[in-house]
Design a protein around this ligand. Structure first.
Ligand code: FAD
Ligand code: UDP
Length: 392
């Protein structure tokens, strides 16, 4: 008998498992249908020995001291400030839009915040209310910069026009009047020194935690005894798509290793317009690894494939609300994470959400009850391809 069955070994699942085991002595079984821990943050050394992120670039950044301190128990960090360039009109320009973006694209030499502010003001289109992702950009910088940098990128990435998407999508990207070319301005910006997978292994390395990989909840649930379920997979799938499928956007990743030390000047170059892919990431910039070759990944957005992004539109929000109500009424099952709560969350937000769930769980009246020892609990032939302490 386990106290908790945790479905998904990404950030949401790993945090809950770690807190429940380490702080409260609970017995936890973590399962994942993939053959590795880490969820979408998983990284590994490829056959050339270069550390790459299988599911696209993951850069850790947060303003939440509590989240950074929490994760710092499981990793040391490599300070890293992310920089992105976009390939537009045959030039490489900084993203987010800043003073240099404007100067390079329009052959100007604006030198002060005021001048850049005035440039944006002369182009911006007033919008009575800022509801959509188009409104966000056009109301700040005008239509031309929107067309050059945002419209096509967003159509590719989401399969929808920015005018159909909630404002929160493009509002993730600020607009600057200075020359700050960092992608993020958060207080904490760093990469786990030995990679994300090692961080997860450290989190899950506890006597009270068992990890079963290659193991789908649908086939396992009936064979494991547990008191409570923590579910981090897609919420619509949990309820057998009762109200219809929630749209998730997917990506196809094309990984390559090149016979050159570096391909590009920064970790990520965005291709808003002419290409089928949205961006190329060169991992050595993120990890600081020294190697005579370099590994890159192209991202091709797709409606087919693993669910990566909830798609923020008013219709999807309404559909999700129906699932959220059902989830809230489902006893002993706790939904947490990006797929289970259908939220376009970064890693730090998922960690914060999972830590909050743990506090709630611990405050429940019957929480002190503990399960039997776990050793005999995993029945042979229950669908477990691998049962191991993740640190293995
Ligand atoms: P996931 O990591 O998706 O983990 C859920 C796990 O549940 C998966 O491993 C899945 O296999 C498993 N699962 C689902 N259903 C079942 C089932 N039925 N049975 C068994 N297992 C199941 N965030 C940042 O902060 N910075 C970034 O730079 C960044 N870049 C990103 C780039 C890309 C391309 C993507 C897609 C996301 C990025 N993110 C980034 C977001 C980040 O990936 C998520 O916030 C985070 O990984 C979510 O963690 P999670 O545990 O909620 O979900
Ligand atoms: N975006 C864009 N052009 C860019 C960068 C971002 O249009 O050069 C838009 C696009 O809609 C994207 C959103 O802003 O999905 C958020 O960008 P972010 O880099 O945060 O996306 P993520 O890393 O989550 O894929």
């Amino acid at each position: 008998m386990f106290d908790f069955l945790v479905v998904g070994a990404g950030f949401a699942g790993a945090v809950v498992a770690e807190r429940m085991a380490r702080c409260y002595g609970k017995k936890v079984l973590v399962i994942d249908r993939r053959d590795h821990v880490g969820g979408n943050a998983y990284d590994h050394c490829n056959k050339e020995g270069i550390l790459v992120h299988r599911y696209g670039p993951h850069i850790f950044h947060t303003n939440a001291d509590q989240v950074f301190q929490y994760l710092s128990q499981f990793t040391s960090w490599r300070p890293y400030e992310h920089r992105v360039l976009a390939s537009v009109d045959g030039k490489l320009v900084p993203v987010p839009i800043n003073r240099d973006t404007v100067n390079r694209l329009y052959n100007l030499s604006l030198t002060s915040d005021n001048e850049v502010e005035a440039f944006f003001a002369s182009r911006a289109e007033a919008r009575p209310s800022v509801r959509t992702s188009e409104d966000v950009v056009v109301s700040k910088v005008g239509r031309d910069l929107y067309e050059k940098l945002f419209r096509n990128y967003t159509r590719k990435q989401w399969g929808k026009d920015p005018s159909e998407l909630d404002a929160l999508v493009t509002a993730r990207i600020p607009v600057r009047t200075n020359s700050d070319d960092r992608y993020f301005t958060d207080r904490h910006q760093a990469m786990p020194k030995h990679g994300y997978t090692r961080l997860f292994e450290n989190m899950l390395d506890h006597d009270n935690i068992r990890v079963a990989l290659g193991c789908d909840f649908r086939y396992l649930a009936a064979n494991v005894h547990y008191r409570s379920l923590v579910y981090t997979g897609p919420v619509d799938e949990f309820f057998d798509f009762r109200f219809g499928e929630l749209p998730y956007r997917s990506l196809r990743f094309q990984h390559e290793t090149l016979e050159t030390e570096y391909l590009q000047p920064v970790a990520v170059i965005n291709y808003p317009n002419e290409h089928g892919y949205t961006r190329i990431t060169e991992f050595k910039h993120l990890t600081g690894q020294i190697h005579k070759r370099t590994s890159i990944v192209y991202e091709f957005p797709s409606s087919e494939g693993d669910p990566y992004y909830p798609v923020p539109t008013p219709e999807n929000a309404a559909l999700y609300k129906r699932y959220a109500d059902l989830a809230a009424a489902t006893k002993n099952v706790h939904f947490v994470g990006r797929l289970a709560t259908y939220k376009y969350y970064n890693m730090d937000q998922v960690v914060a959400q999972a830590l909050t769930l743990c506090k709630h769980l611990a405050a429940a009246p019957d929480f002190a009850l503990s399960a039997e020892p776990t050793t005999a609990a995993i029945t042979a032939g229950a669908g477990l391809r691998a049962v191991s302490a993740a640190a293995g």
